[in-house]
Design a protein around this ligand. Sequence first.
Ligand SMILES: [Zn+2]
Length: 265
Amino acid sequence: MAEKKQQNSRLQRWQKDYRIVVMEPDTLKKIRSFEASKLMVAIAVFVLATLVVIATIVLLSFTPLRTWIPGYGKIEANPEFLQMTDKISELESLVKQQNTYIDGLKNMLNGVEAEVDGLEKVETSSATNNDERDIQEENASMFDRILIAPIKGEVSAPFDYETEHYGIDILGAADMPIKSVDAGVVITANYTMKHGYVISIQHDHDLISVYKHNSKLLKKKGDRIAQGEAIAIIGNTGILTDGPHLHFELWYQQNPINPITFVSL
Ligand SMILES: [Zn+2]
């Protein structure tokens, strides 16, 4: 009971009204006066403080004022920012790696055609160094040239634009060497799921020759090849083949042309 009484009297003290008077120090003239209990003053102070805190938060969140806080201006010093930039460069290199992987996969699935389309030209002889050569003359020399047959044999499948068979299949005996139709530089020499070991050679005048389904490649990317030089061994590698044969393509200015027109078998 005594404790309760003490509590009551404390509450009463807090609730007791006081008169706060503001007056001039010389004349003691009352300027202003108001009544308030201790409790009222405490609540007012609390509410005011809360308002100030909220106002500060709002100001810092929605205005550029926060950049005035020492140390905040330098975003590079923000550990979260550093973590994020680390993460971004990590992701960037991951994307690059995956792109390389996907490109490789695409080439593997499509065979060499996709690659040939985007190939940069390789200079194959000193004659091509003359940049100002007439294009007409270039075309003429393309169709005037003499290409030798990669192998001599029967054509088992002709060139057919409709079925996207952009070359001819030539039958041969096992282990026959495949010869380059002209001098040039090896631009691709790799294995693909569809076409087995594939080698392609860049020749003068924007001509590329492609040899697929080989059992073995004798040259590697970047090798310089003479006309008639052996570049591969005939085979039946890849999923699109049955029996030893060469799938042979000629690409002129990024378009497939019928090899039968240019090579006598
Ligand atoms: Zn074929």
